[in-house]
Design a binder for this molecule. Structure first.
Ligand SMILES: [Zn+2]
Ligand SMILES: [Zn+2]
Length: 642
């Protein structure tokens, strides 16, 4: 008998050689139908692999990230089977899962695949899926594998085989298709109930443009049709809400060739949003006892050697500039500058916690192929802060940081979020992780307890912590259900030592502070990109670049319009007059296109009664309202950030 430990800590005994699928079946048939693969002692394996020794296992379903990627990778095999049946002689390179779906790179010889043919391919895939063909694993000697692909004339798989040592070769076989693959895969093709081929593109073999161009077919698949339909609808909606498209239409940001790729220019409308976000952050941080600092955008090489950014992070930094024989680097992170502020004078326990905040401008070298609108840029403005505290203060400080996240989520209407708590692996202490076994266990447990106490949904990921402490990635979903990684919180017990940061504790001893890195609003670039999609450009009143558009029906009403404008400005409401000699219907339509939250229409009747006719974005006509009254309603909406 062997002992199987489940994720909740429960232990059950089974016959040696049992499979994860059998274990699932011993729990319930319903569960067995959903199992896609299993994590056995941390390794994702086929659910049909026999387990010979005591092990900890978790059964992976569609709800697990590893379950999904196994599903998508298996779908790539299924697609390859369909391609081979329609295009005999095709040769395959690799077919990995991606963030959403999968692709397979292939050499079709001189054939091409049209949009029309992609549809035929989808039909073939559906037909093959219905055969419920099991994915079968076979261990074979390397010589046999080489013989198989030599016979097939597939130089790509032979190239892959060349990099493998003998004794480790596995083939996977389903239906009429055999592939060289280390797995794992789902139990059978019948689980793939809905599949869509999303794109076809060229891809150089091994990503090298000197090599032959292969055909890459992208697809995405789901365990039911409903989820595929929802996904396609979400994509359609995301296209309409694309932050690059909206950013241009609404005058938020722009790029210029002479400024350089990945360096966004914030236009006046975008800058209003930036300033409102900073105002929110400053108010919130002030109330939470933070102190603001300002630091230069560059620093000497020596500081980045101390911090360890050089050489470990060098690839992500802009190249240095030399001045008086000394190298200077643009900062990629604000932490080292803040540590120097901590070290500026003697600190005692009475100075802690010290919370230093700065909307810091950082520069990172992203490959030009990786640049993407505001999501991947080379210049970023970060809602950064570093909290220096003692071990005793840590839990309270970390809890306060989480509360700040929750406050922001509620302001921005972010209902769905999850924190990924990345932990260390005790076996890798001193190599991948700083060798402080007790601190690791202590802080991980403190973080875990705070997350539980704050009622924040979170998942734990072993062996993904940062070098210097546990890491908490915050993932959020926009209203249309697209996922964004907003920010990372880190607990750090290494930088303090590297920078020789100390405070005198109550026992008059020198002690190194713990450091919390946090950036709840992430960077302006990514957060505003997210907000553009989240709100579809229809910003709430407090964030809207133009809050009220005054629309006089004719230029006879200019004087009253100017008086309305004056009163709005006095109340700190951002307003503009549309004084074009256009028909009122046209003015309303144009203002709607600009997604301005409120329109005040002004004509004879409104002037006589000292009113304005109010139209609210998305709600239409709200009738004529007394000017003083509507201004105070708007003020309240702005102050409360509704
Ligand atoms: Zn595979
Ligand atoms: Zn930091």
């Amino acid at each position: 008998m062997i002992r199987i430990t489940f994720p909740d800590g429960a232990v059950r005994e089974y016959q040696a050689g049992i499979t994860a699928m059998d274990i699932a079946r011993s729990i319930s048939e319903g569960l067995a139908r959903k199992v896609l693969a299993a994590k056995v002692n941390g390794q994702v394996l086929d659910s049909t692999r026999p387990i010979e020794e005591d092990a900890s296992i978790s059964l992976l379903t569609w709800d697990d990230a590893d379950g999904k990627s196994t599903f998508w990778h298996s779908s790539a095999h299924l697609m390859a089977e369909a391609v081979e049946s329609l295009y005999p002689g095709v040769k395959f390179w690799v077919g990995p899962p991606v963030e959403r779906g999968f692709y397979y790179d292939m050499d079709l010889g001189d054939r091409t695949i049209s949009e029309e043919q992609l549809k035929e391919l989808e039909i073939k895939i559906a037909e093959l899926a219905k055969k419920n063909s099991p994915y079968e694993r076979r261990l074979i000697p390397k010589a046999e594998a080489v013989a198989y692909f030599t016979e097939k004339g597939d130089e790509y798989k032979l190239d892959l085989l060349g990099g493998l040592t003998d004794g480790q070769i596995t083939f996977y076989h389903q239906g009429n298709f055999t592939d060289l693959c280390r797995g794992p895969h789902i139990p059978h093709t019948g689980l793939i109930k809905a599949l869509k081929l999303t794109n076809i593109a060229g891809a150089y073999w091994k990503g090298d443009e000197k090599n032959k161009q292969l055909t890459r077919i992208y697809g995405v698949s789901f365990p039911n049709q409903k989820e595929l339909d929802e996904y396609l609808q979400m994509l359609e909606e995301a296209k309409k809400r694309d932050h690059r498209k909206l950013g241009k239409e609404l005058g938020i940001f722009a790029f210029d060739d002479d400024v350089g790729p990945g360096l966004p220019l914030w236009l006046p409308n975008g800058t209003v949003i930036i300033e409102e976000l900073e105002k929110l952050a400053k108010e919130t941080e002030l109330a939470a006892g933070y102190k603001r600092v300002v630091t230069p955008h560059i620093a000497k090489e020596s500081m980045y050697i101390t911090s360890g950014h050089l050489p470990y992070y060098q690839d992500s930094m802009f190249p240095p500039m030399e001045l008086d024989g000394v190298k200077y680097y643009l900062k990629a992170m604000n932490c080292p500058h803040h540590h120097k502020i901590f070290a500026n004078d003697q600190k005692s326990y009475k100075d802690l916690p010290l919370r230093l905040a700065e909307y810091g401008t950082c520069y990172r070298y992203e490959q030009s192929g990786e640049l993407f609108g505001l999501m991947r840029v080379r210049c970023l403005h970060m809602n950064d802060a570093h909290i220096y505290c003692s071990k005793e203060q840590f839990a309270t400080e970390f809890r306060a940081v989480n509360d700040m996240y929750l406050k922001y989520f509620s302001i921005f209407g972010i209902d769905k979020y999850v924190m990924r708590l990345s932990l260390h692996d005790p076996a890798k202490l001193g190599q991948k992780y700083i060798n402080e076994p007790e601190l690791w266990i202590q802080t991980e447990e403190m973080v875990r307890q705070v997350l539980i106490a704050s009622n924040i949904p979170f998942i734990e990921v072993p062996d993904e912590g940062a070098f210097y402490g546990p890491k908490i990635d915050v993932q959020i979903w926009s209203t249309i259900g697209r996922e964004f990684t907003l920010a990372t919180n880190q607990v750090d017990f290494a930088q303090g030592k590297r920078f020789k940061l100390e405070f005198t504790n109550k026992d008059n001893q020198a002690e190194t502070p713990l450091i919390i890195h946090r950036a709840p609003l992430g960077t302006h670039e990514r957060f505003i990109g997210f907000l553009l999609e989240h709100y579809a450009g229809k910003f709430p009143l407090w964030l809207a670049p133009v809050q009220v558009k005054i629309l006089p029906i004719s230029d006879k009403f200019t004087d009253y319009s100017l008086e309305v404008l004056r009163q709005l400005k006095n109340a700190d409401i951002r307003a503009e007059i549309d004084d074009r000699s256009e028909k009122i219907g046209r003015k309303i339509r144009d203002t709607e296109m600009l997604k301005v939250p409120y329109m005040f229409v002004i004509g004879e009747k409104e002037i006589a009664e000292n009113k304005v006719s109010v139209r609210k974005q998305g709600k239409g006509d709200a009738g004529a309202i007394n000017l003083t009254e509507i201004i105070s309603t708007l003020k309240k909406e702005i102050i409360e950030r509704q």
